[in-house]
Design a protein around this ligand. Structure first.
Ligand code: NAP
Length: 243
């Protein structure tokens, strides 16, 4: 059975991805940090519908916790076939109003977290000459967003990291791609009012907010052998908002 780790799988895009990967036959490690109850619910849902999942708490901004998680998966299940680096946080504020702590939290979770998680998974994948890493960026990492400059920087960094790592690992049978979501209906956007959302929908050619399943389907496609000749790419899932 193939093994997949999905970071930030307790809620939103990660939870939807974990469920779809389990339906495709992966044993899924549901990584979470704060939302133990939600992570357990995702896990129970998968296990009660014939799939296989386990929860693992690890703060992706802490390399030691990331190491503990990947070591556990490799020693228990023999390797990591698929790594989905999805966990992330946002903060809507003027740069001049942001504290050092807030800046560090975003960079350490969104960018350093993706880097250290990918590094640990890549060690196992290189050993097996096979593997698949999928990072989750954002359209703001492609265009930049006002009042989300640090978030945009973290996501732009993920895109550059994905392209570089794909070149580094390709010869050893490891693919690395990025999914770049637009506006998706999850908790990360709970700060938006109904009016904010309607204004944003007017800018989306497909005239709707995306669902976690929209992004999860793109991740599952990049995980599939049908995309076997694709690496180093950024797949936008944004309803045409950013082209
Ligand atoms: P969400 O519903 O807020 O979920 C975020 C997930 O990340 C949660 O499962 C959370 O786990 C986890 N997480 C946060 N910090 C973590 C940490 N330090 N260690 C481990 N897990 C951590 O948001 P979402 O929309 O699904 O976001 C998923 C990814 O998509 C993020 O990288 C986000 O930047 C990106 N994205 C989202 C949108 C959008 O519009 N929704 C657009 C572009 C990109 P706990 O609750 O257990 O801590």
């Amino acid at each position: 059975m193939k093994t997949a780790i999905v970071t930030g799988a307790s809620r939103g895009i990660g939870a939807a991805t974990a469920q779809k990967l389990a339906q495709k036959g992966y044993l899924v490690i549901i990584n979470y940090n704060n939302s133990q109850k939600h992570a357990q619910e995702v896990c129970d849902k998968i296990n009660s519908s014939g799939g296989m999942a386990v929860c693992f708490k690890a703060d992706v901004s802490c390399p030691k916790e990331v190491n503990a998680m990947t070591d556990y998966v490799v020693s228990t299940y023999g390797g990591i076939d698929l790594a989905v680096a999805n966990a992330g946080i946002g903060k809507n504020a003027m740069l001049t109003d942001m504290t050092d702590e807030e800046i560090s939290a975003i960079i350490d979770t969104n960018l350093k977290g993706v880097i250290t998680f990918s590094r640990e998974c890549a060690k196992s994948m290189l050993h097996h000459h096979n593997g698949n890493i999928i990072t989750v960026a954002s359209m703001w990492g492609q265009t930049g967003a006002s009042c989300e400059s640090v978030y945009s920087a973290s996501k732009g960094g993920i895109i550059a990291f994905t392209k570089a790592l794909a070149k580094e690992l390709g010869a050893n049978g490891v693919r690395v791609n990025c999914v770049s979501p637009g506006l998706i209906d999850t908790d990360i956007n709970s700060n938006l009012t109904k009016e904010d959302k309607l204004a944003l929908i007017r800018e989306i050619p497909l005239s709707r907010i995306g669902s976690p399943d929209d992004v999860a389907d793109a991740i599952c496609w990049l995980a599939d052998e049908k995309s076997a000749y694709i690496t180093g790419q950024v797949l936008s899932v944004n309803g045409g908002m950013v082209i």
